[in-house]
Design a protein around this ligand. Structure first.
Ligand code: ATP
Ligand code: MG
Length: 450
């Protein structure tokens, strides 16, 4: 980015004129700020912490910016790790909390800054490494949005604004610092960040920052799948998953993250796939609002369910049995997805199990339903079935059966699934299909195992 013509004198909002109180800052963040200051460094709270406090919201985490170099930060804290190559920074680890400490970034046009390194760029303008250090006024201009570039200075508890962030915050505007197209090219993840903050904070995106969102989505192809996966979790686990999803689709960015799902959503006549997804996202937001944990695997299972379901149907039509069809479909969908976003195994394994559970839940006779109740993924599978039931009659019926079954005591459960003595006679004459999981609306569930 060209060095902007900037006023190195910030707007200073003195302590009495803003609402940030140390009582609302994490004690660990304060410890880090004080320690840096005592060691003679400049230290400020920056980013989401300042933004959210000014908005009267509880920050998700606290980020600190300082003129201390990463190695100097490292020497100051016992509980410190240096991370990141593209963007080197320090993590100071406390029990439950990590405080991220970044050294002020410079422009990199004047490469003598710092250790002589430059901002390394790809031919398309993407920043590959950004480890050129500078002063706080340079750092402000390297940040993404104006509302993310406000500093809370621990020396005098004032808020410093180099980029007009305070005015934008008051106006409820998300605005990229500098030339938006250039800034999106530098780091295309900013496309997703714009959407994330707009959805989460209920702010408007300034027109010049908004316009490129519609047409620059393809830049996301350059982002490593692992980084996109991290971003997906932030997008959908930030408490505003519904708005985020709607905005991502509006800007045609959702399809860049989940192309197979987007294809299903856009070609489907019925509302079915969208209903399941919307219900899952609503549920996720509700759980987060109540302070309950959410399972990312469940969310991913819902995000990719429709592609898996359609693929399973196609494979069954070509002759595979139901179980093999689902396994193959899951493989295919996962393989296609990880070209766009990674899917760490700790999430993809339980996600598959939730899908498999949809078949196992169709068996409502014999001993298998009893065994299934003790399966570690039963609850997730059942919850998923409930959500499917909102737009899928057979699934709804099946979910009702399980709801009743779970509410029974052991004796009633046995009666519900095991044949009465009369029906036993017929059993020996019927042939049992191996592994038949039956479609979810199967009127004739397989006979019980003995
Ligand atoms: P939250 O933590 O609530 O999600 P945040 O704004 O603090 O939001 P972080 O990802 O924690 O976001 O980043 C901290 C700060 O670092 C941001 O506020 C911004 O100033 C800067 N930053 C983060 N990512 C980028 C980026 N891709 N480009 C430029 N600056 C960034
Ligand atoms: Mg943050």
């Amino acid at each position: 980015m060209e060095a902007p013509i900037l006023n190195p004198q910030p707007i200073i909002i003195a302590r009495p004129d803003h609402n940030i109180s140390r009582a609302n800052i994490s004690p660990n963040a304060l410890k880090v700020l004080y320690r840096l200051r005592e060691a003679g460094y400049r230290a400020c709270l920056v980013g989401g912490g300042v933004r959210d406090l000014l908005l009267g919201r509880e920050p998700k985490d606290f980020d600190i910016a300082t003129d201390a170099r990463p190695e100097q930060i490292y020497r100051l804290f016992r509980n410190c790790r240096l991370i990141g190559r593209r963007f080197r920074l320090a993590h100071v680890q406390f029990d439950q909390e990590i405080i991220e400490v970044a050294t002020f970034r410079g422009h990199g046009d004047d490469s003598e800054e710092g250790d002589g390194s430059t901002v390394e760029r790809a031919a398309d303008g993407r920043i590959l490494s950004d480890n050129v250090y500078g002063g706080i006024e340079d750092d402000a201009w390297r940040r993404d949005f104006t509302i993310n570039a406000l500093y809370y200075d621990i020396t005098n508890f004032a808020v410093l604004d180099y980029v007009g962030g305070i005015d934008d915050l008051k106006a409820g505007l998300i605005r990229l610092i500098g030339d938006p197209v250039e800034r999106y090219h530098e780091d295309p993840v900013r496309l997703l960040r714009a959407v994330r903050f707009a959805a989460k904070l209920g702010l408007r995106i300034d027109p010049a920052t908004e316009a490129p969102l519609h047409r620059l989505g393809q830049l996301l192809e350059k982002i490593p799948p692992a980084r996109l996966f991290d971003e997906i979790l932030k997008l959908f686990l930030g408490g505003s998953a519904i708005q985020t999803f709607e905005l991502l689709r509006h800007y045609r960015l959702f399809g860049r993250l989940f192309p197979a799902t987007e294809r299903c959503l856009s070609h489907q006549q019925q509302h079915y796939p969208k209903t399941l997804l919307m219900r899952t996202l609503t549920g996720t937001d509700a759980r987060l609002a109540e302070g309950k944990p959410v399972n990312p695997a469940f969310l991913l299972a819902a995000l990719l369910w429709e592609p898996v379901r359609e693929q399973t149907e196609r494979l069954q039509a070509s002759g595979l049995d139901e179980v093999d069809a689902l396994q193959t479909a899951a493989d295919l969908v996962i393989q296609a997805q990880i070209r766009h976003t990674s899917l760490p195994r700790r999430y993809s394994l339980p996600m598959r199990e939730i899908w498999e559970m949809q078949q196992r839940l169709t068996i409502t006779t014999g001993k298998r339903p009893l065994r299934l109740l003790t399966h570690p993924r039963f609850r997730a599978g059942y919850d998923f079935l409930l959500l499917r039931g909102d737009a899928d009659q057979p699934a709804a019926k099946l979910a009702e059966w399980w709801t009743r079954f779970m509410a029974m005591d052991e004796k009633d459960r046995l009666q519900a699934v095991l044949p009465s003595p009369k029906s036993k006679k017929g059993k020996s004459r019927r042939r049992r299909k191996p592994r038949s999981a039956g479609p979810s609306d199967s009127p004739n569930p397989p006979p019980p195992e003995s």
